[in-house]
Design a binder for this molecule. Structure first.
Ligand code: ZN
Length: 412
């Protein structure tokens, strides 16, 4: 850990009066890697004495998980000494990338792409020159980084690489080197863009016209964003990708005279920012209030959802809304609120916070809803990611969610 602050400081000095980590103060005294680690510890709002917890949602120690942890940590030590590449591969497989892109990157590093220089060596091609620019040997480094077609794309993406290094170094070493300089989210963009550049190169070889660099980049971004939002959908629903929900349920209004609160959380990994969205509607679908609330942090999805619900309930109480129904698209959260448990974990601490807020709304019930029925609060959570402070609209909502609110009210 790298620390430049006052050696006598205590953790409480890095916590705001709103019980969130003070991002600016942390950034001033800790390295960015450590700030990320600290932000991943969610803070609860009730006073509790310190206690030791084990990794995982339950917080209870199990021999099996202890054995697995000890194997993985001793493996790490051995691997980091004997083979630094193993650590790189481990973090590579953890990147949130579509499987197709991971396989492509694996092939690129293992010289398994049908690149002209390799095919020439195997005498499958009569020339090793680049099929696109005809100006150089087509190595993986040339095709993906230093060829003028690739360079135009990287310029749009906003990354600049040393072109000489890309062709003179082994592609494996070159990628290891650039991995040191970029965040996980930037590396995900880089690998997806490499894949898109390669797809375009293949299309040209098969007789198609080359795409504009902006189109190649947009294809990479779309592929990555679609993959990430699908993964998030599974997480929200508490399902594994194999168990895709077969039914999509639209938003439904509460019974007459009742109010329904929908809540959601969104996350900007690159900026360690979490957005919470909340919307209260009546039986006619009329919006009574909406909120977008940003905080700094990067905890687990179910922890973000729990925090979002906590802030939304607190906000509803602050504006004297007597909420009758609450909906979240996190199945883990909805289930955790139903069960009473003696487990000790950071998630359980946040559940306790939510239960404290729920005690002010004694008749309220919290239900799980599919993502389709929670789009308005999702839009508000996303909106929070571009705000610096909490934003509340009474008797209204931001224009960004107009189409969703109208769509929900048409179903009535
Ligand atoms: Zn070229």
């Amino acid at each position: 850990m790298f620390y430049t602050g006052n050696p006598n400081s205590v953790a409480a000095e890095y916590i705001t009066p709103e019980r969130e980590w003070n991002f600016n103060k942390l950034s001033a005294d800790f390295s960015s890697v450590d700030v990320g680690r600290i932000l991943s510890l969610p803070l609860s709002h009730h006073v509790a004495s310190d206690y030791l917890i084990w990794h995982g949602i339950g917080g209870e120690y199990e021999v099996k998980s202890g054995y697995l942890f000890s194997c993985s940590s001793s493996d790490d030590t051995i691997k980091s000494v004997s083979n630094p590449n193993t650590a790189w591969w481990k973090s590579f497989w953890q990147l949130k990338l579509p499987p197709k892109v991971k396989i492509f990157a694996w092939k690129a590093i293992h010289n398994a792409l049908p690149i002209a220089a390799e095919l020439f060596k195997k005498k499958s091609l009569t020339s090793a020159s680049c099929s696109l620019c005809l100006n150089a040997w087509e190595s993986v480094g040339h095709a993906l980084f230093s060829c003028k077609h690739a360079r135009h794309v990287w310029k749009i993406v906003g990354f600049s690489f040393k072109n000489k290094a890309a062709v003179s170094m082994k592609i494996e070493d070159f990628l290891f080197q650039i991995s040191e300089c970029y965040t996980k989210s930037e590396l995900e963009t880089i690998f997806c863009t490499m894949w898109s550049i390669w797809s375009d190169r293949n299309n040209v070889i098969h007789g198609k016209l080359p795409q504009q660099p902006t189109v190649i980049y947009a294809k990479a971004q779309n592929f990555l964003n679609n993959y990430k939002s699908t993964q998030l959908l599974y997480l929200h629903a508490g399902l594994s990708p194999a168990a895709t929900p077969s039914t999509c349920k639209a938003w439904t209004p509460p019974p007459p005279t009742c109010l329904k609160l929908n809540v959601d959380a969104a996350f900007d990994e690159g900026r360690n920012k979490i957005g919470f969205g909340a919307i209260i509607r009546d039986s006619n679908g009329k919006v009574r209030a909406s909120m977008s609330h940003p905080i700094n942090g990067c905890c687990q999805p179910q922890e973000m959802e729990a925090k979002g619900l906590f802030y939304s309930l607190k906000w509803a109480r602050q504006f004297n809304f007597k909420v009758d129904m609450v909906e979240t698209d996190s199945l883990i959260l909805a289930n955790a609120l139903r069960k009473s448990t003696s487990n000790r974990s950071s998630f359980q601490d946040l559940i306790f916070d939510v239960q404290t807020q729920l005690s002010y709304h004694p008749t309220v019930c919290v239900n799980h809803v599919y993502r389709d029925g929670n789009q308005a609060s999702h839009g508000l959570a996303k909106q929070a990611l571009v705000l610096d402070n909490i934003c509340t609209c009474l008797e209204g909502f931001p224009l960004a969610i107009l189409s969703v609110v109208v769509k929900d009210s048409l179903i009535l």
